[in-house]
Design a protein around this ligand. Sequence first.
Ligand SMILES: Nc1nc2c(ncn2[C@@H]2O[C@H](COP(=O)(O)OP(=O)(O)OP(=O)(O)O)[C@@H](O)[C@H]2O)c(=O)[nH]1
Length: 675
Amino acid sequence: MPAGKPADVRGRVGEDDDARGKRGKAGAPVKAVSQTRGEPKRREGRLTLQAVVGDGEGSADRMRSLASVRRAREREREKRKGSQAEQTRAAREVIIPDVITVQELSNRMAVRAVDIIKMLMKQGMMLKINDIIDTDTAELVATEFGHTVKRVSESDVEEGFIDAEDHSDDTVVRPPVVAVMGHVDHGKTSLLDALRKADVAAGEAGGITQHIGAYQVRLPAGEKVTFLDTPGHAAFSAMRARGANVTDIVVLVVAADDGVMPQTIEAINHARAAKTPLIVAVNKMDKHEANPQRIINELLQHEVVVEALGGDTQIIEVSAKTGLGLDNLIEALLLQAEVLDLRANPDRTAEGVVIEAKLDKGRGPVATVLVKRGTLKRGDIVVAGSSWGRVRALINERNEQLAEAGPSEPVEILGLDGAPDPGDTLAVVESDARAREITEYRQRLRREKMVAPVGAVSLTDMMSKLQDKRLKELPLIIKSDVQGSTEAIIGSLDKLATDEVRARIIHSGAGAITESDVQLAKGSNSPIIGFNVRASKQARDLAEREGVEIRYYAIIYDLIDDIKGVLSGMLAPIQRETFLGNAEVLEVFDISKVGRVAGCRVTEGRVEKGARVRILRDNIVIQEMGVLSTLKRFKDEVNSVVVGQECGMAFNGFQDLKAGDFIECFTVEEIKRTL
Ligand SMILES: Nc1nc2c(ncn2[C@@H]2O[C@H](COP(=O)(O)OP(=O)(O)OP(=O)(O)O)[C@@H](O)[C@H]2O)c(=O)[nH]1
């Protein structure tokens, strides 16, 4: 290596750091820079000075100066050792995820980033502060600095962040969260507006004054109902696609003068896929052409059975225009809520779901959060999606500043450092550091697309899940050019169904594949089948982002054949056993290191190493032993021993083996079944 190289390299790194320092990064790198840059110059200076002010004996002086430099270096090394000892004294357990930036590693080790960069440079790695290093490198660095290392998987960062599954402490009754869905122009918006008026404070000052994505109606008897006030199923399924099921009850609005329409059916399928109960509001009852009976019949065709017909769906006749039946609708909601027994624990750290979020010019990022459990308080440190912040203000739809918000309460929060996405979970964390750790991880995940979208939906995935026997139904969404083909496809798929496996059609219809279909697919874990139709650009993009598979077909036979293949994969394979031979146990020895060894004679057929064995006593199976791993003839390992020959077999873990037992040897073949 040329003599000037190290200084050159150092210089370059110094400049890099310097440049970064100027870009306004933390103070530490800047400080580190001056030292790094100063070091070689100082040394150079001393060298020259010693040489010049010496007693003129040239090379001797030079020798002395070199010696003194050496001593200086010695001292420096000692000093460094000392500081290293200091670091060792402050050794800590450094948590290292799969991927970490130099900066983050430096934070976690409490070591200057520049020192890490220097160390990496010695290993031949030229890295900058924001560069990512892998776990092995990070571990090497951390141990060099005298720390111990705990490796965690990236996703562990989120561990314990949210425990949405544990509802054991959900003891207090909470208001229901209601979404209004239905066909275009059937009166969703009008109904939501009319319902606002049911609020006790609606007429007075302090009524609902701003749209925040949801509002709470307070009823005279003290009950509350929370309405998501973005009508339609787009918002509902967008949230569900992100894994957030905030809606407890769906109000399905059907105009009495129009009846069940394509979007009514879509809404039914969305609610059904989310297992959310429906209440049907037959709207526009003030119109003389209103025909509620017709709607009951049409709903029946879509397996929505109203109470009058022995089903469990409440149907309420209303008019958003005149206010007719709104009391009944609210009563129906409260009744349904009671049946659902909706509960939450208000006395815990809050968790919620983002319903809307925007960047407000004056107020910065604003997110409406529906609190699911716990109580969200001003001052809480929260993480929502890949944003975080300290809650600066909580504002409700009446424009009131709140100190806290409890379960099912929608509130706008200020204080986040960015706008999260609707459907993102919000959770309170204990510290800024924790919040930063989670959001940095999530941002990185987003930036680098390090992993496929969580829970990607594809037929191949399905296949492997099905082989795990976790699923016996194949959920599908089918879109085709005309209703006739949809029906033909569904008819053919139905014929494939057996007692063990079947296709379950989550949603079907004629027309292009829409974003709503993709969201439904994501939320219900089903691939989309397009027959002679294509997905819109937005739907395609969304499918790609969310990892939803769309398969296109032009020939029904191909489609059915593919699905048949997937369903066949769902059938548990048949296990076919082939008998190889029997061996009688003559004597049993305990041999140290090897364990139980049986001296046997093959009485029938043959025994084979690698085949399966079980132990029989008086022709009764007393133990399955798995695979025969040790088979010896005299001293040699052999692969097979035939009838009449003696052999030794080792059996660990079965103490009861006795002379006179028989060892049955067999193979097992898994035979795939087809439909
Ligand atoms: N006569 C009568 N008209 C109604 C009633 N409810 C809504 N309308 C009218 O129906 C039309 C559509 O109502 P919206 O509330 O906008 O319907 P929507 O379902 O929200 O429509 P989109 O937002 O376009 O999906 C409007 O002209 C309303 O005035 C009702 O109860 N009676």
